[in-house]
Write a protein that binds this ligand. Structure first.
Ligand SMILES: Nc1ncnc2c1ncn2[C@@H]1O[C@H](COP(=O)(O)OP(=O)(O)OP(=O)(O)O)[C@@H](O)[C@H]1O
Ligand SMILES: [Mg+2]
Length: 109
C-alpha cells in the first residue's frame, strides 16, 4: 500500500474531489495547510509597496491505496488539479506498512 499525499490549490478541491469520486477514490483525509514552492510564494502590492507572502494556503489530501491503484490515482489528481500556473501543487508517494479497519479488524484498504 502507498500513502499518496497531495498538495493542491484550495479552490481546486471541489473539482478534484468529484474527479476522485468518479474513479472510485472515496476515502481521504483533508487538511488545510500552508506552504511554499520554488517561487517562494507571491509578491503583492500593498499600501503602495510590495509585500511578499511566502507561506500560501494550500489543501493537503491524503489517500492510502493499494499498489495497483497508485498510477490511476496520480493521473486523476494531476489532471483535475492542474491549471498550468505556478503553485498547482505536488504529489508525494510514501510506503504504508499496514492499514487496519477498526470496526472489523481487516488489514487492507
Ligand atoms: N519539495 C517539497 N517538499 C515539501 N512540500 C513541497 C515541496 N514542493 C512543494 N511543496 C508543497 O506544495 C505546495 C505547492 O508547491 P508548488 O506547486 O508551488 O511547487 P513548485 O515546485 O514551486 O512547482 P511550480 O513551479 O509549478 O509552482 C507548496 O506550497 C508546498 O506546500
Ligand atoms: Mg511554485
Amino acid at each position: 500500500m502507498k500513502l499518496v499525499k497531495t498538495i493542491i490549490k484550495p479552490e481546486r478541491f471541489e473539482f478534484v474531489k468529484k474527479a476522485l469520486e468518479e474513479k472510485g477514490f472515496i476515502s481521504m483525509i483533508v487538511t488545510d495547510v500552508r506552504g511554499r514552492g520554488e517561487q517562494k510564494g507571491i509578491t503583492l502590492e500593498y499600501r503602495g509597496g510590495l509585500m511578499n507572502v511566502d507561506m500560501l494556503p494550500k489543501l493537503q489530501i491524503e489517500i492510502v491505496v493499494k499498489e495497483k491503484d497508485v498510477d490511476s490515482l496520480i493521473a486523476t489528481l494531476t489532471e483535475s488539479a492542474r491549471t498550468g500556473k505556478f503553485g498547482d501543487g505536488k504529489i508525494f508517494v510514501i510506503p504504508v506498512e499496514k492499514a487496519i479497519r477498526i470496526r472489523t479488524g481487516e488489514t487492507e484498504v
